[in-house]
Design a protein around this ligand. Structure first.
Ligand code: SF4
Length: 369
């Protein structure tokens, strides 16, 4: 396992070569953390881009299966049960987005269909199979799926389906974990607890698809030590990947209202940069870092304005690693129980979600052809 003492290869060529072999690819390349773009290139032998799909799902945190109103930072009007937005067919969305990416990059080798808005496992299993198959088969260049969801919305049947699809495709399941602290989850109106996250990852791990955790840094009343507890949990639970987001507020959300009223303050840029580095130093070196900050379109973003400057935030994070001469994983302490030894628990998807999935039938808003 990588530690803070194994950065320097031995001074003679043989030990240098051995040390290089024992390093992870990103370490051997001299990077400071295990960045997603390069990890995808290594996996697929060339550039792979994600293309975002809105398949018309809603969310149990919006339609009343667990609560209503949604998370305080989420603009869920776009996928409320009474959605007014006309959805394009999934295949058309893929074609359009691939065309857009092609104009930007000439060397794309493959695409991953990213089911992004709402809770993308919140539908009967036959409908999920149909829509995931449709995305995978709509274009020869689609090499995989990424599926965003909540920890309390992954019945074993969904995990079995993703496991099956992962035999021939690059599949990632993205969980909104956000934090380990239940009081923060309550503040966000997540309507699930960290115990739900533990149950979900203990059932989802080691099935051949990637498990990714979304984390929010800068939640009010979470101090530095509390955020570091979330960092330690990434290794303890055995996630394969993470996405880090600064808390930000957008128009039309309860959080946006509170920020405009001066009741909630967002994290300062320099504090965020330092916190991300502190966080990544505690995350296992194998974990892929898919994002280091979050942002929103300028006309929609309220605070903090600095998060729109994404490229420079990333540069500042890299510069902070350089300044410390540290890397991802330097302060990682492996847990006493290896994630792979944690027992697989019983399915704990809440009854209310299960009933809603089983009784409502097909989602009327999904456009399947
Ligand atoms: S669980 Fe996800 S989709 Fe649902 S309201 Fe929260 S952030 Fe939005």
């Amino acid at each position: 396992m990588h530690s803070s003492t194994d950065h320097s290869a031995g001074s003679d060529p043989v030990s240098a070569a051995i040390s290089d072999q024992s390093r992870l690819a990103w370490q051997a390349e001299g990077a400071r953390f295990n960045a997603f773009g390069k990890a995808l290139r290594r996996r697929h032998g060339g550039r792979v881009q994600r293309v975002s799909i809105d398949a018309g799902f809603t969310c149990p945190n919006v339609d009343g299966a667990v609560t209503t109103g949604g998370c305080n930072f989420c603009d869920n009007r776009s996928f409320s049960p009474s959605r007014r937005i006309r959805l394009q067919r999934v295949a058309d969305q893929l074609t359009e987005q691939i065309g857009r990416v092609q104009k930007r990059y000439s060397d794309v080798r493959g695409y991953i269909a990213y089911f992004q808005p709402a809770t993308n496992t919140y539908a009967p299993i036959d409908q999920l199979r149909e829509i995931f198959d449709l995305a995978l088969n709509s274009d020869d260049r689609i090499v995989g799926l990424a599926v965003g969801t909540r920890p309390d919305c992954v019945p074993d049947s969904v995990l079995d389906l993703l496991q099956e699809l992962a035999v021939d495709h690059d599949v990632s399941l993205e969980f909104g974990m956000q934090t380990v602290h239940d009081e923060s989850l309550a503040w966000m109106n997540r309507a699930h607890t960290h115990a739900d996250m533990i149950n979900a990852i203990d059932r989802a791990r080691d099935r051949g698809f990637e498990c990714c955790s979304h984390i929010i840094l800068g939640v009010p009343r979470e101090d530095h030590a509390m955020m570091m507890e979330s960092a330690v949990e990434i290794g303890r639970l055995g996630f394969d990947a993470i996405k880090l987001h600064n808390l930000y507020s957008v128009r039309g959300t309860p959080l946006g209202e509170e920020v405009l009223a001066g009741k909630v303050e967002m994290m300062r840029r320099e504090d965020y940069v330092r916190t991300v580095v502190d966080f990544l130093e505690r995350v296992p070196p194998e974990v892929i870092v898919e994002r280091v900050s979050g942002d929103a379109p300028p006309n929609y973003l309220i605070e903090p304005k600095w998060c729109a400057d994404k490229q420079n935030i990333r540069r500042e994070i890299e510069a902070e690693f350089e300044r410390r001469d540290s890397r991802q994983g330097d302060r990682y302490v492996p847990p006493e129980v290896k994630p792979s030894d944690r027992p697989r628990p019983a399915d704990a998807t809440p009854e209310s979600i299960r009933n809603r999935i089983d009784t409502r039938g097909r989602l009327p808003v999904l456009k399947m052809q």
